[in-house]
Design a protein around this ligand. Structure first.
Ligand SMILES: *Cc1c(COP(=O)(O)O)cnc(C)c1O
Length: 389
């Protein structure tokens, strides 16, 4: 075998659906010396992380921890712990991630009640009412920020409907957490998961989760063990709690990264961070529309951190994305599922949500679209965006 050369990764500007850009302080934290996963200093770090996660989730939930694994591991953690075989579970599906939840519900032996909502639309109280009229679920699952489409679902009314029907409420906040308000206690969400690599701007690898008392009660009343040993919250609780019972070796370095990224989020302040995401999103949309592009999601229903835009007729998806990557070092996302080849997904998450990135991606798109023969007024995108920045 020939010797493999040293790794030499090109620094990219990450404007896709995640991972997002990572602050140098987070990368620096990751180069700190390793400790053991039961070292007193590491245990202290876990306590600080729990405290900061509670602040970011806006919850007092005792069980607020970081699962070892990406956002999907958090999704699986919530579902395997809260579903017992035969339980009826209602999942609202308006994109890829609701579809993924449905798959996991069935793998847990849950009786799936699926409420399908058109892709690109948020889930409305009327949608959920229709589902509740034909079922008696123990758990209702909704994606707050559907990253596959860019649609923003408002949770409070949905949580109330679920509770009135006697169900617990599970929210996916992988893309929303630290990018727009997520108020777990105020809204009454019973179980929630997120991911580190979207608006928390940390590398992928951990999934913050939080369970309310009602969710913990359901967990403690289980007659059967959860199907997953690794994600069993009743065991993880003993490692993250005072007992410190070894369960699995925590990914030490990732926990350093999460701690630092949470510090950055709280230093900026949640409200200031949300306002930054909103401002940059609005500027980007103004720029895209001034260039003659059309957004997938209707105004008022758009996420601030993920912008889906229709690919105009006659423009080649792959050619544009490859030019952005090769000539500008910019990654944007392609469409998923129903939107494959039909939409681009431009992420402005966490550290990626900056004025400079908005202006740069507009220039890069103008260049790529012009090469494809798409007619636009030169500079119109930048001009429209600048007015809002
Ligand atoms: C990214 C994402 C996930 C999955 O997270 P992974 O880290 O890719 O496992 C789940 N839900 C939503 C809404 C996401 O955006």
């Amino acid at each position: 075998m020939q010797a493999i050369g040293e790794m030499n990764i090109t620094p990219r500007i990450l404007l896709g659906p995640g991972p997002s850009m990572v602050h140098p302080r987070v990368l620096r934290a990751m180069s700190a010396p390793l400790t053991g996963h039961l070292d007193p200093e590491f245990l202290q770090l876990m306590e600080e992380t729990k405290e900061m996660l509670r602040a970011v989730f806006q919850t007092g939930n005792f069980l607020t921890i970081a699962i070892s694994g990406t956002g999907s591991a958090g999704m699986e953690t919530c579902l395997v712990n809260l579903i017992e075989p035969g339980d009826e579970v209602l999942v609202c599906v308006n994109g890829v991630f609701g579809t993924r939840m449905s798959d996991i519900v069935e793998r847990c032996g849950g009786k799936l009640v699926r409420v399908d909502v058109p892709w690109g639309k948020p889930v409305t109280p009327e949608d959920l009412k229709k589902g509740l009229a034909k079922s008696k679920p123990k758990l209702v699952c909704v994606v707050h920020a559907e990253t596959s489409t860019g649609a923003w679902t408002q949770l409070p009314a949905l949580v109330n409907l679920a509770h009135e029907a006697g169900a617990l409420f599970l929210a996916d906040t992988v893309t929303s957490l630290a990018g727009c308000p997520v108020k777990i206690d105020e809204w009454g969400v019973d179980a929630v998961y997120s991911g580190t690599q979207k608006c928390l701007s940390c590398p992928p690898g951990l999934s913050p989760v939080s369970f309310s008392e009602a969710a913990m009660k359901k967990l403690r009343a289980r007659k059967t063990k959860p199907q997953s040993w690794y994600l069993d919250v009743s065991m993880l609780e003993k490692y993250w709690g005072q007992e410190r019972v070894y369960h699995h070796t925590a990914p030490i370095t990732m926990n350093y990264a999460l701690r630092e990224s949470l510090r950055l989020v709280l230093e900026e302040g949640l409200d200031a961070r949300f306002a930054r995401h909103e401002r940059n999103h609005k500027a980007l949309v103004a720029g895209l529309e001034a260039m003659g592009l059309k957004m997938v999601v209707a105004p008022g229903e758009r996420l601030w951190m993920l912008n889906s835009v229709h690919i105009p007729d006659g423009v080649q998806d792959a050619a544009v994305r490859s030019l952005l990557l090769k000539e500008f070092n910019i990654e944007i996302g392609g469409g998923l599922g129903d939107f494959k080849g039909k939409a681009w997904r431009i992420g402005l998450m966490g550290e990626s949500s900056t004025r400079n990135h908005v202006l740069l991606v507009l220039v890069a798109l103008e260049c790529a679209l012009t090469k494809q023969g798409f007619k636009l007024k030169p500079g119109a995108g930048i001009e429209a965006a600048s007015k809002l920045l």
